[in-house]
Design a protein around this ligand. Structure first.
Ligand SMILES: [Zn+2]
Length: 353
């Protein structure tokens, strides 16, 4: 090869690398999209494959689907390969019809049949089934312990349809001393406890997103043995509601980083925020919104206290109103993590543990 040819090849390689870095290639990218107290978390694998966990709310003139599509386009996607519905409550599955009207979707994953009709979420499962009945999409039902049948991601179902995985993850499964003092919650009899919760592995890191899985099932995952072990990033369950994110679950998993998809009037319980802040090894908690104000009634009955029970300002994506600002997480191939607050524009770097 001539010298000029080598130089050309080298400069092309450098350019390609620079472009790849700019596009986040080689990294796992995660967008915690603000759907005002629901869930829509978009994961994009290094090869460009995409996994959307939940679709936000219905109605609102397609607000949540619009926000998802905007995030997808910014991340270079023209379609969403897989939509995973954790469960069939409105704030997770309600946005399906609006989403498929705006962007191509290939496959849906879910936990199977609805557990029971829910007066707070009467039509969302039926609307989803109508979308599947068009025959345009593949539907795959996932069981607890299954590896997710999707390209580009190393992910396992921690929970589904009220059950949790039987086995422990590699390196986990030790008896858990925290269980002795932990209360045994009553069994959840709604869709929340049916959540299809997942754990992703990338660059030696573990990322957990358990949907709205309730404390009774959380306990089964970490007691009497901790089947998961420590994790690096936690998408905080149930928007930070006090029905989930029990102390025994959070303090057994010891996340280094946590992102809470609360709304300004939903989730963000004082008790959960305090549990996260006191968790050993936590480096940062990000919230999509300021927690609801003192005096707000939390569903689990714990008192909502003052504004000091929040992450500090730089970790809040939305401090007032409904701007829909995101938290964007990039997990690099070396296991380090960069988290960007769209409101402030600031990115923080976190070294691998
Ligand atoms: Zn929810």
């Amino acid at each position: 090869m001539k010298l000029s040819r080598i130089a050309f090849t080298l400069s092309t390689a450098i350019l390609a690398t620079a472009t790849a870095l700019a596009q986040g290639k080689g990294s796992l990218r995660i967008a915690a999209i603000d759907v005002e107290g629901g869930q829509a978390t978009l994961f994009v694998a290094p090869g460009g494959q995409s996994l959307l966990v939940d679709t936000g709310w219905p109605a609102h003139d397609g607000r949540d689907a619009d926000r998802i599509v905007a995030a997808a386009k910014q991340m270079g996607l023209s379609r969403i390969d897989t939509v995973l519905l954790t469960h069939y409550h409105s704030d997770h599955a309600g946005g399906v019809p609006q989403l498929v009207a705006r962007i191509p979707v290939v496959t849906f994953l879910d936990h199977g049949e609805r557990f029971r009709p829910d007066p707070n979420s009467p039509v969302d499962y039926d609307e989803y089934l109508k979308i599947i009945a068009t025959g345009k999409y593949k539907r795959v039902i996932v069981k607890a312990g299954d590896r997710l049948p999707i390209l580009g991601f190393d992910a396992i179902a921690l929970s589904a349809a009220g059950k949790v995985m039987n086995t422990s993850l590699p390196g986990a499964g030790k008896p858990n001393a925290l269980c002795a003092k932990a209360p045994t919650p009553t069994e959840d009899m709604q869709e929340n406890g049916q959540s299809l919760g997942i754990l992703l592995r990338f660059a030696g890191l573990k990322i957990v997103d358990a949907g709205d899985l309730t404390s009774d099932r959380e306990r089964l995952l970490v007691c009497p043995a901790n089947k998961i072990g420590r994790v690096d990033l936690m998408i905080v369950s149930h928007h930070g509601s006090d029905w989930s994110s029990s102390k025994v679950f959070v303090h057994s998993l010891q996340p280094r980083l946590a992102v809470m998809d609360n709304g300004d009037h939903k989730g963000g319980s004082t008790s959960v925020i305090d549990t996260l802040k006191s968790s050993p090894g936590l480096e940062a908690l990000y919230q999509l919104h300021l927690a609801p104000p003192a005096g707000t009634k939390n569903p689990g009955g714990t008192p909502q206290e003052g504004p000091e029970h929040n992450a500090s300002d730089e970790f809040l994506a939305n401090t007032a109103g409904t701007d829909g600002k995101r938290i964007d997480v990039t997990v690099n191939v070396d296991g380090s993590t960069d988290i960007r607050n769209e409101r402030t524009g600031a990115t923080k770097h976190f070294a691998k543990r």
